[in-house]
Design a protein around this ligand. Structure first.
Ligand SMILES: O=C(c1ccc(-c2ccco2)nc1O)N(Cc1ccccn1)C1CC1
Length: 425
């Protein structure tokens, strides 16, 4: 501002502290209708103007007018632009968030963890963001120490903003047989700069062994629909449902990657993260998963089999689970592949040459490279590898897990009705 004034050859008469409204305290100067002057002194208390946003361009503009200096075109444009930025609707939705999705292990993408902060002062935990479930639960000070192996825990008693949800409990069983249960607090909760106050944080009082052995995962953050939430007797909202109303746009995106960190973004779609166009398909939100229909598949360079495949986009599941007919078509192209009862799924020699797997979203095509499908040796150092494509028989739903999701940029659009968008990257 000083420079602006100097440019105008004006003394740097800085305007009074912007946004103050001068109010009298009743000892006026007697020429209004206030009480007669007492000691010839007057004091005026200043008060902040609520929701006032300083607007530099407008301050300079006012000065030009005050001194009768012609206002240059550029300044008029700046005033118009900055006014638009601070307009009521522009002010209303200002929130977005962005956080890394890091593989829990450097060799296989078994799951991805994302840093979050809970409480006051903030406690940082690493959670598995899971679009296949809708409970936000954490290892906590209520978790038996015998079930904790290196995880960070949330201690509500160390947070001045934690509140127990009296009488509320939760209990969840996942498809791989893992399970956890406990009680519930609300607290301030933030992901990548996006804060929700009063988020239901489900504290584990019991976790099953597979959670104990996943030492870098301090809990799950459900991004399914809140209808799946298990808190009883009063179901709670997911972080996304709580944050949605203040997001610039009611969306979150998943950009998972093969053996490297990706990102979850909330409230915006980052054009730098994808190529071509995002193709949207409808979502069936009952019973609570992001359920959509794929338009078909192809094995390697084979022709595309156009056939609707209903399935869920599940960031919390490592592999892809599809109908047997598709798996037979795929693994018959893999030398030495068998569906092993011993290992519980399709295995093959790690030295085998694998075809890619392509799935359709409308007219768009997404190809999972062979490297993603040669998932991991069945046991440390084994020459037999477990496939990234497995059978959905016995699950009841087809699942597009991380093996598929990391081949795309995925937009979870929470408008009514919800939809899911897919783009290549
Ligand atoms: O693990 C679950 C899963 C997630 C949430 C719930 C649940 C119960 C009550 C509320 O949510 N139940 C699941 O079972 N998978 C993935 C999966 C992977 C492997 C086998 C079976 N399934 C659900 C998304 C399908």
């Amino acid at each position: 501002l000083t420079a602006a004034f100097a440019a105008l050859g004006l003394a740097s008469a800085l305007p009074p502290r912007i946004g103050t409204t001068v109010i009298g305290n009743g000892n006026g100067n007697g020429n209004g209708n206030g009480p007669s002057l007492g000691s010839g002194r007057a004091t005026f208390k200043q008060a902040r103007r609520p929701h006032y946003r300083f607007n530099g361009a407008r301050a300079v503009y006012r000065t030009y007018l005050k001194y009768g200096v012609p206002v240059p075109e550029a300044l008029l444009k700046a005033v118009a632009h900055t006014d638009a930025l601070s307009s009521p609707e522009a002010m209303k939705k200002r929130a977005t968030g962005s956080a890394a999705a890091v593989p829990v292990d450097e060799r296989f993408d078994i799951a991805y963890i994302t840093p979050v902060t809970i409480g006051t002062p903030p406690q940082t935990l690493q959670l598995d963001f899971d679009t296949g479930s809708s409970d936000l639960w954490v290892f906590s000070s209520h978790t038996p120490p015998s079930q904790i192996r290196g995880q960070e825990v949330y201690a509500p008693n160390k947070s001045s903003t934690a509140k127990l949800l009296d009488g509320q409990t939760w209990s969840i069983t996942y498809g791989d047989g893992s399970a956890s249960r406990g009680n519930v607090y609300t607290d301030n909760f933030a992901v990548g700069g996006l804060t929700v106050e009063g988020q239901a944080v489900e504290c584990a009082q019991q976790v099953s062994s597979s959670f104990t052995s996943e030492e870098h995962m301090d809990g799950l953050l459900g991004l399914g629909f809140s209808t799946l939430n298990t808190v009883s007797p009063k179901g709670q909202l997911t972080f996304f449902d709580n944050a949605k109303s203040k997001l610039d746009s009611p969306v979150f995106t998943a950009d998972l990657k093969y053996r490297e960190a990706g990102t979850y973004d909330f409230g915006f779609i980052d054009k730098a993260k994808y190529t071509g166009e995002i193709v949207y398909v409808p979502v069936e939100m009952d019973p609570g998963y992001w359920t959509f229909t794929s338009s078909g598949y192809a094995v390697g360079s084979g022709n595309f089999n156009a056939a609707p495949i209903s399935g869920i986009a599940d960031t919390g599941t490592s592999l892809v689970y599809l109908p047997n007919s598709i798996l037979t078509a795929y693994y018959r192209q893999v030398q030495g592949a068998t569906n092993s009862a011993n290992y519980g799924g399709y295995v093959f020699p790690c030295s085998a040459t694998l075809p890619a797997f392509t799935f359709g979203i409308g007219e768009a095509r997404f190809t999972i490279p062979p490297a993603y499908i040669s998932y991991a040796p069945v046991t440390e150092g084994s020459a037999t590898c477990f496939g990234g494509l497995q059978s959905s028989r016995g699950i009841g739903v087809n699942i597009w897990g991380d093996v598929a999701l990391k081949a795309a940029f995925v937009v979870y659009n929470g408008e009514n009705p919800p939809k899911i968008g897919w783009a290549n990257k």
